[in-house]
Ligand binder design. Sequence first.
Ligand SMILES: NC(=O)c1ccc[n+]([C@@H]2O[C@H](COP(=O)([O-])OP(=O)(O)OC[C@H]3O[C@@H](n4cnc5c(N)ncnc54)[C@H](OP(=O)(O)O)[C@@H]3O)[C@@H](O)[C@H]2O)c1
Length: 339
Amino acid sequence: MTHTPTAPTPGDRMRSVRFGSFGDPSVLEVAEVAAPEPQPGQITIDVRYAGVNFAEVMFRRGQFPVDLPHFPGLEAVGTVRALGEGVTGLALGERVAALTLGGGGNAEVVAVGAEHVVRLDGELAALDGASAAGALCNVTTALGVLTSAGHLSPGETVVVLAAAGGVGTAAAQLARNLGAATVIGVTSSPAKAAYARDYGYDSVVSYDRIQDEVAERTGGAGADLVLDSVGGAVRSSLTALLAPFGRHVVFGNAASEDVTFEGNHPWYTNSSLAGYNLGGVAGRAPRLLRTHLEQALAEVAGGRVRVDVKVLPLKDVAHAHEQLETRASTGKYVLDVRA
Ligand SMILES: NC(=O)c1ccc[n+]([C@@H]2O[C@H](COP(=O)([O-])OP(=O)(O)OC[C@H]3O[C@@H](n4cnc5c(N)ncnc54)[C@H](OP(=O)(O)O)[C@@H]3O)[C@@H](O)[C@H]2O)c1
């Protein structure tokens, strides 16, 4: 989908999601504020679709230090509105998808570093805007977790917590595409389990059934890789699922409750504790992030990974947050910023 770029003039106004204090979803508002201008090395995007991520719930609740007021939104899809000094290789009006890692994506205009912008042309031209927005953070993260952090090899057994979520549904499909022999999902309800089964899992079980399911599926050998974005009580029990030299990858804390491991823990258990943080990869390994970002979008454009997007108007952003934090959501919420 394309839309005509507006000629940016200093002082242009736009609608943006904002919160001025930490709290429940009611702190979210759609405010009219000044549209950003691109700084050197940045572009601005006329946003059409913007994803909602669990991380933004955590920002809103004050679980990470962000300045107030905060303008949420870690990803956006639209057309190039203006180019900052030094930016080459992008043209005004061209369709793009971008990680907006400093926030600001849930808005009609966002400024973003050009290094995190991908042109939706060539093999990506077929990608619809909502799916692209739904893929940016989630599919890129799933890919990084499975490969760079998890070192998945063909034939291995993978366990995915929060299996029906945005990252979870992508991780199951990517694990299959990367040659995993067995992919076990874990969800908090039978309805979510039924939903998740469509995304390539061999089985999807409840949290209290993980141990038995892994034992049954692997003949007692254990899982090679566990993807843990949940934390809380279940985190302490995950090493026991692993085969010798299995990897436990921590990349989230949806339960808002961490556990402590001793430094000797990997030694005593023949296991690896690994981690993945998208923002950290952006800062310290930007070329790797870009490779994963482009690969993630190509997987979706090529039909090898399916992203189930639920599109809401910008004003309904609080509903998306509520669904995510009450564990009611499946797949991915995307805001239609122009609706
Ligand atoms: N490290 C990174 O760079 C990075 C990047 C992207 C995402 N993440 C993390 O990956 C996870 C998935 O992100 P997402 O945006 O795709 O979210 P999501 O998986 O669609 O939603 C979060 C899921 O976490 C599970 N969960 C477990 N305990 C929960 C609790 N106490 N409250 C709420 N949810 C709980 C729920 O699934 P069940 O009800 O089935 O358990 C819920 O559906 C999040 O934890 C996120 O922070 C990390």
